[in-house]
Design a protein around this ligand. Structure first.
Ligand SMILES: Cc1ncc(COP(=O)(O)O)c(C=O)c1O
Length: 447
C-alpha cells in the first residue's frame, strides 16, 4: 500500500484520509428541528482533533510525550502563567493541587491533618474530596444567589487558628469575588486554590489588571472531560506561578519522584549518580529517589494531541458561550417574576459553562415539574452537581458523628440550590435555533 513512500509521506496520506473521513461522517450534522434532543454540552471539534489523535497513535509513544509538552507550553502561554502540568482529569488536578499544599517542602506553611480549609458544599464533590481524604477539615460557608459562589461575608466567621487555605470553584464559569477572597487569604497567610474546572477562559479584573481565573490564587485547576470548555476525553491541568509548587505537583503526579527528567529521558540534569538523598547510599540513581508519597496521574499523548487542536479553537468557544448565555438571559427576562436568572459577578467576564435557573416559590411549579417537562421536550438539564454535598451518603458517617467538617452559619442558599436550582447548556455547538426553542418551551411551561 505504501510502496516507495517514506514514513512521513505515508503518514501524511493517512492523515489526509482521516480528515476526509471526519468531514464526511462526523461533521455533516443535520439542521436542528424542534423536538430534537438539546444536550447541556457536547464536544465541538473538526478534522484537526482527529488528525492529531491519529498522528499521535501512529507515533505510538502512547504515554506523555511531544504533544503533552506542547500542550503544557501553549496552555500556560494562553493563561499567562509560568507553569502547567497536564494530568488525567480535573479531579486529579484538584487532588494534586491540594496535596501539593501538604508537602514537607513547604515547611511551616504546609497543610497538616486536622488543619482547616474553607470551601462550599454547593458544587462538585472532588473539590472537597482531597481535603477529607487527607484528614484535613473542610469548613463550609454558604453561597450567594444568583451568582452561586462562595459568600465572602462568611469568610471572617469561618476563620480559625487552624485555617490554612481556601479551595473553591468558580461556579459554572462565574468567577467568585477574587478580590475579596485573595485579600482575605493574603491578610491571613492562607493558600488559595481556584478550582477552575468549570470556568476556563473566564476573566476577572483585579486592581485594574485583567487576569484569567485560575491564575490569581496559588494554584488553578482545569478539567478537559467532554462537557467542559475544551476537551481531550479525559484530562486536566494544574497551573501556578510558583516554581516550588510546580515542582511538588509534578513530583506527586509522577509517582512521588524527586527527579524532574521527563519519562523515558535520562540524566537531563547531569546529576543522576552523584548526590546524597535521605539515608540512601551516595550516588543512588536519582530516577528512583522519592521525595513524596505520590501517584501516577499523567495523561497520555493521545489526550494531549486532541487538547492541542482544541486549544487553537478555544478563544472562539469562549465567545460563543458568552453569546449563547446572553441570548438565553434576554430570552427568559420576562420570566423573572417566577425564575431567578443568573448574574455575572462584579468585575468579571465569565466564560460560561451553563445557565443556572432557580425556581421561585411563587412560580406555581416545582423544579422537578419544570425539569421533567423540559426533558420531555428534549431539553437536557442538570442540577448544580451535589446541591448540598453534606446531605449525600458519602457524608453519612461524618454527619452522624458531627466530626471531620465544620459548617459556618446556615447553608440556606446551598439548600435552596439543592431543592430549586437547575441548569441548561450554552456550549459552543448550540445554535440560535436551539436557544430560541429552549426559550419558547420554558415560556410555554411557565405560562
Ligand atoms: C467544579 C469541578 N471540579 C472538578 C471537576 C472534576 O473534573 P473531572 O470530571 O475531569 O474529574 C468537575 C467536573 O465536572 C467540576 O465541575
Amino acid at each position: 500500500m505504501f510502496e516507495n513512500k517514506t514514513e512521513q509521506e505515508a503518514r501524511e496520506e493517512l492523515l489526509k484520509s482521516v480528515g476526509a473521513y471526519c468531514r464526511k461522517y462526523k461533521l455533516n450534522q443535520k439542521p436542528f428541528q424542534a423536538g430534537d434532543r438539546i444536550t447541556y454540552a457536547a464536544r465541538v471539534y473538526d478534522e484537526r482533533e482527529m488528525e492529531n489523535l491519529v498522528d499521535s497513535a501512529l507515533e505510538f509513544w502512547l504515554t506523555t510525550g511531544k504533544y503533552a509538552d506542547r500542550f503544557e507550553k501553549d496552555f500556560s502561554e494562553f493563561l499567562g502563567v509560568n507553569y502547567c502540568s497536564l494530568v488525567n482529569s480535573g479531579s486529579s488536578a484538584n487532588l494534586l493541587a491540594f496535596m501539593a499544599l501538604t508537602s514537607p517542602l513547604l515547611k511551616e506553611k504546609r497543610v497538616l491533618p486536622g488543619d482547616e480549609v474553607i470551601t462550599v458544599a454547593a458544587g462538585f464533590p472532588t473539590t472537597v474530596a482531597p481535603i477529607i481524604q487527607y484528614g484535613a477539615v473542610p469548613v463550609f460557608v454558604d453561597v450567594t444567589i444568583p451568582q452561586y459562589n462562595l459568600d465572602i461575608k462568611m469568610l471572617d466567621a469561618a476563620l480559625s487558628d487552624k485555617t490554612k487555605a481556601v479551595f473553591a470553584a468558580h461556579t459554572l464559569g462565574n468567577p467568585f469575588d477574587l478580590k475579596a477572597v485573595k485579600e482575605f487569604c493574603d491578610r491571613n497567610g492562607l493558600w488559595l486554590i481556584e478550582d477552575n474546572c468549570d470556568a476556563l477562559g473566564s476573566k476577572y479584573c483585579l486592581d485594574g489588571e485583567t487576569k484569567f481565573t485560575g491564575t490569581v490564587g496559588d494554584i488553578g485547576t482545569s478539567s478537559f472531560y467532554p462537557p467542559h470548555h475544551m476537551t481531550m476525553g479525559e484530562g486536566g491541568a494544574v497551573y501556578t506561578n510558583n516554581a516550588l509548587l510546580h515542582k511538588i505537583v509534578n513530583s506527586l503526579r509522577d509517582w512521588g519522584r524527586d527527579c524532574v527528567c521527563p519519562s523515558g529521558r535520562d540524566n537531563i540534569c547531569g546529576h543522576r549518580f552523584d548526590r546524597q538523598y535521605g539515608e540512601l547510599p551516595f550516588g543512588y540513581d536519582h530516577k528512583y529517589v522519592y521525595s513524596h508519597f505520590g501517584y501516577n496521574l499523567k495523561a497520555t499523548d493521545m489526550q494531549a494531541a486532541v487538547g492541542c487542536a482544541q486549544l487553537e479553537k478555544f478563544p472562539g468557544f469562549i465567545e460563543k458561550r458568552r453569546n449563547n448565555w446572553q441570548k438565553l438571559r434576554e430570552g427568559l427576562e420576562s420570566l423573572e417574576d417566577k425564575l431567578i436568572l443568573p448574574e455575572a459577578e462584579m468585575n468579571s467576564q465569565p466564560s460560561w459553562f451553563g445557565f443556572l435557573i432557580t425556581v421561585k416559590p411563587e412560580a406555581g411549579i416545582t423544579r422537578e415539574e419544570l425539569v421533567r417537562e423540559m426533558e420531555g421536550h428534549g431539553i437536557q438539564t442538570r442540577n448544580l452537581f451535589a446541591g448540598n454535598l453534606i446531605k449525600h451518603p458519602c457524608f453519612d458517617e461524618m454527619r452522624a458523628s458531627g466530626k471531620g467538617y465544620r459548617v459556618v452559619g446556615e447553608l440556606e442558599n446551598t439548600n435552596r440550590i439543592m431543592n430549586d436550582t437547575f441548569w441548561i447548556g450554552v456550549y459552543p455547538g448550540m445554535t440560535d435555533e436551539m436557544i430560541d426553542y429552549m426559550v419558547k418551551v420554558i415560556k410555554e411551561i411557565m405560562q
